[in-house]
Design a protein around this ligand. Structure first.
Ligand code: ADP
Length: 906
């Protein structure tokens, strides 16, 4: 594996970890949950099962389901063939497990092995330990398995949506179960019969739901579904959060109300139960005391003593007569027995066999509680005479007060009743109560739960939510009745005591719905537009950034591929940017010039001038180079060698900060060399031409003057033509030589001060003859403003001669030419105006170029070389001035030049 590959894998793992964590943490939690519970079951360690509230009711199959889920979720993290196999097997197992458990629930089958499998002996007696998984739990496992199976085919939009909905449903199921477990939905919805999954299972499914959503995120399915709907996503998310928060808050409120209600009901139930057990104990003890009073009556003891000594019918009659005296005071029957227990006599009527009888303990004598249309207490008390047991009194008393006591619970509630039971081997014998007129025997366990009466008989007391003998959900207070061996249960139907809560709930869900609706409206009207705007602006920003990036790349490619060097600098000459061509051109390495002064690229000799120009520019003066193109300068490479560059400088104004100067340079050493060679050649040729030309002209002059004798008429014409052309040739040669000398700097410029007026007058006078020859007149417009020029008067005269001769040449027959001077401040403008045809539009831009003539045909009426104006321009600019013209078709032409002027000298 290459270094890059390894780096790529590390980078991927790093970018991967949040989603990996989102899946593996909940998966680990689920796995731990399942293993903990299962370990608890197998080892019988109750603390493992009871570690968390509600863990215990989770049954072994559910624990196994969670273990399989955890493994499957882990396997789904990556798509290697092995993991895929594990995931498939796990998912299939979950589906099967769920189906099997659901079937058991729906058909209400309870195979015996469920009770035994995994269940340690001690755990079997605990509540809810009967091994069957609740229906929602079973369905949740089926859902988990199906979802884990679908992770084979990512990308399909519909499938992605479905998977997300199902994962959401699983999450919701867990949440609802958690809430349901907490607020006992049977309290809210009467006769609610769907089994609730235990808290731990609910938590487990929430974790599975989270892990599945994490897997969906990893598979990139959110993208497949929500690609272009970020604002909708925000909307849904906001709504979801709002709903969740309001749900959680209302649930918390509701559960608080419920807690309070239950606390009150429980407290009052516990109090009522303890009151009643106290009354019952007192009642029984009082009645036993009454039975003892019979046995302690002296006459009765005496009669029984006599019977023991000598039984006789008379003694029996005496005993019966004695017993009859008790019948009025609550005893309905008395039987007197000898020490062996054989009856001697009886008073009143004893009950025969009764529908229900339960023994009472701890009263000191054998006693029992009976039911025969009324409650009876039966007791057998020994009779002692002179230190010897002489017999027994078996008495039966009606307990009229008991039914009355049973009825007084009506104050506690419409469905309130209390039940009195005794143990009867493994069953309970329960006496009639408010809504149950006949006595009955009942089992101690209903479904998988121990009945409260059985708990009371076991000596425990408390308050529970439990089913009662009818299978109805009740809240029941229970307690043993002293040591009597009786249990009391005081209960109210859940339906009744939760009624206020139900009323609240009925209100609550309407409010919640209204709230959710209002929230939805608010969110979609307020949040959505904001989200949309946000998203739109984000999209725009992204698009713009992309576009910018594209453009920047293009620009970079452009200036990198450019043959011309580009240098961007600050106005003070600090280099900010160079393109590769510039670096190549000047022999520097990449980036080497950044931050350096531009003078590095300028030859020593020119640096000072450059520094001065820069200074002037910074001081706000107009630069002479800025905006010019095709300027040729000498430049210097890194190694100190110099070369020629063609150069243009432009100003780049940015919105903020100082402007930047952009220089574009091209190596023109070769071209410049050629140009130089050419002009040198021309100059040399011109010089060489001048000597023979002078000779030719001299000869022609002599011929024309007639010094060589009379020349025949036809020959004269030829000589004239030769003269004219020689003159033209001489002019050309002079102009070429002038041009070359000016350009090469060989022409020295004098520097002197002279007055403008006389100068112009002289110019007009000197050129008048030529103008006259061209049938035009020169005129100086007076007065000439007083001004002094500092220049070379000879060169300036050359300019005047050129402009005046041009004006004369291009004037019409008899045209006037005005020479005029104007002064404005420190400058003087001299203009020469003719009234000829003007300069053709298309020619104007080229007029100052060398050899430029509007009419380049050989049949021109006027002579000229096309060099005159180029020379004028060079001279005027060398003198620090400017030259230009104004011309209109047919309206004549004005050529002007401007020079710095000073006032009259002191
Ligand atoms: P030339 O020696 O040919 O006059 P110049 O450089 O002096 O060379 O002038 C170049 C051309 O400019 C002329 O040939 C002519 O076409 C045009 N030109 C110059 N001055 C004038 C003018 N005053 N009126 C019209 N055209 C003019």
């Amino acid at each position: 594996m290459g270094h890059d590959d390894a780096q790529g894998i590390v980078a991927k793992a790093l970018s991967d970890w949040p989603s990996r964590l989102a899946v593996s943490v909940p998966a680990l939690a689920v796995l731990a949950l399942g293993i903990t519970i299962l370990t608890g079951w197998v080892t019988g360690e109750r603390s493992l099962l009871l570690a968390v509230k509600g863990l215990f009711p989770m049954v072994p199959p559910t624990a196994i389901g969670f273990i399989v889920s955890g493994v499957t979720l882990f396997a789904a993290l990556d798509a290697t063939p092995r993991r895929q196999r594990v995931r498939h097997i796990g998912a299939t197992a979950l589906v099967l497990l769920g189906f099997a458990a659901a079937t058991l629930q729906v058909l209400d089958v309870h195979p015996a092995w469920l009770d035994r499998a995994f269940v340690h002996e001690e755990l079997r007696s605990l509540d809810a330990a009967r091994g069957r998984m609740s229906l929602p739990t079973a369905l949740a496992f089926v859902l988990t398995g199906l979802l884990a199976l679908t992770f084979d085919h990512p990308g399909d939009r519909l499938r992605a949506l479905l998977v997300q909905l199902l994962a959401g449903a699983l999450l919701a199921l867990g949440m609802v179960s958690l809430i349901g477990y907490d607020i006992a939905p049977e309290a809210l919805v009467p006769r609610y019969r769907l089994g609730w999954m235990p808290v731990a299972s609910a938590a487990g499914f929430i974790a599975i739901g989270v892990a599945l959503l994490g897997l969906i995120a990893r598979a990139g399915w959110y993208g497949a579904v929500y690609e272009r709907h970020e604002d909708e996503k925000i909307l849904i998310l906001t709504l979801g959060i709002l709903l969740l928060v309001s749900l959680a808050m209302s649930t918390a409120g509701l559960s608080l109300i419920q807690r309070n209600l239950e606390r009150t009901v429980r407290a009052s139930l516990a109090q009522a139960v303890s009151d009643r057990t106290a009354i019952l104990v007192n009642l029984m003890q009082y009645r036993i005391t009454r039975a003892s009073i019979v046995s302690t009556r002296p006459t009765l003891r005496e009669h029984l003593g006599r019977w023991a000594a000598a039984p006789s019918p008379q003694v029996a009659a005496d005993i019966a007569a004695e017993g009859d005296t008790f019948l009025g005071s609550g005893f309905n029957g008395l039987q007197f027995q000898d020490p062996e227990g054989l009856p001697i006599a009886a008073s009143g009527e004893l009950l025969g066999p009764v529908p229900l009888e339960t023994p009472l303990a701890s009263l000191g004598v054998p006693a029992s509680l009976l039911w025969n249309q009324a409650f009876y207490l039966r007791a057998r008390v020994p009779v002692v005479h002179q230190g010897k047991v002489v017999g027994h009194v078996l008495s039966e008393q009606v307990l009229e007060v008991l039914p009355r006591l049973q009825l007084d619970v009506a104050a506690l509630g419409r469905t309130a009743e209390w039940v009195l039971c005794g143990a009867e081997k493994i069953r309970m014998a329960c006496f009639p109560h408010r809504f149950q007129p006949t006595p009955r025997y009942a089992p101690m366990v209903e479904g998988s739960r121990v009945l409260p009466a059985a708990l009371a008989l076991g000596g425990r007391s408390g308050v529970v939510n439990a089913p009662d003998y009818r299978g109805e959900e009740v809240i029941a207070g229970y307690a043993p009745v002293g040591e009597l061996g009786l249990g009391v249960v005081l209960k109210i139907d859940a339906q009744e005591y939760y009624a206020p809560l139900r009323e609240q709930f009925a209100q609550w869900w309407k409010w919640l719905l209204a709230l959710a609706l209002a929230a939805a409206l608010l969110v979609s009207s307020q949040v959505r537009p904001v989200a949309q705007r946000l998203m739109a602006s984000e999209r725009l920003a992204r698009d713009q950034a992309e576009e910018l990036g594209r453009r920047e790349k293009m620009l970079r490619e452009l200036y990198s591929s450019l043959g011309d060097g580009i240098v961007v600098m600050k106005p003070d000459g600090t280099i900010e940017f160079t393109n590769p061509a510039a670096e190549r051109l000047f022999g520097f390495g990449p980036g080497e010039l950044i931050g350096k002064p531009v003078s590095l690229m300028i030859p020593e000799a020119l640096r000072e001038a450059n520094a001065r120009a820069t200074q002037a520019f910074l001081a706000g003066e107009k630069s002479k180079v800025l905006g010019q193109r095709g300027l040729v300068f000498a430049a210097q490479r890194k190694d100190g060698s110099t070369f020629d560059i063609e150069f243009s400088l432009a100003e780049m104004r940015q919105e903020a900060g100082l402007p930047r100067l952009v220089a574009v340079a091209r190596d023109v050493s070769e071209r410049e060399g050629l140009v130089r060679l050419k002009s040198e050649f021309i100059a040399k040729v011109s010089h060489e031409l001048r000597t023979p030309l002078t000779a030719i002209m001299g000869s022609l002059e002599l011929l024309r003057e007639g010094d060589m004798g009379e020349i025949p008429e036809p020959a004269k014409g030829f000589i004239d033509m030769a003269w004219r052309n020689s003159e033209r040739l001489a002019m050309l040669v002079n102009d070429v030589i002038d041009t070359e000398r000016i350009e090469s700097g060989a022409l020295a410029f004098r520097d002197m001060e002279f007055e403008l007026g006389p100068f112009l007058l002289e110019a007009v006078e000197l050129n008048q003859p030529y103008a006259v020859r061209e049938h035009a007149t020169l005129r100086l417009v007076e007065p000439v403003p007083p001004a002094w020029l500092r220049a070379d008067p000879d060169r300036l005269m050359q300019v005047m001669a050129n402009l005046l001769s041009n004006a004369a040449k291009f004037s019409h027959e008899g045209g006037a030419i005005e020479v005029e001077a104007e002064r404005s401040g420190e400058r003087v403008r001299v203009s020469v105006t003719d009234h000829g045809d003007g300069i053709p539009e298309e020619f104007r831009p080229r007029i100052f170029e060398k050899f430029a003539q509007a009419d380049s045909s050989d049949t021109r009426e006027v002579g000229g070389t096309g060099l005159g104006l180029a020379i004028c321009k060079t001279i005027v600019e060398r003198l620090g001035g400017e030259i230009g013209f104004v011309s209109s078709r047919g309206g004549g032409t004005t050529f002007w030049f401007e020079l710095p002027a000073s006032g009259p000298p002191p």
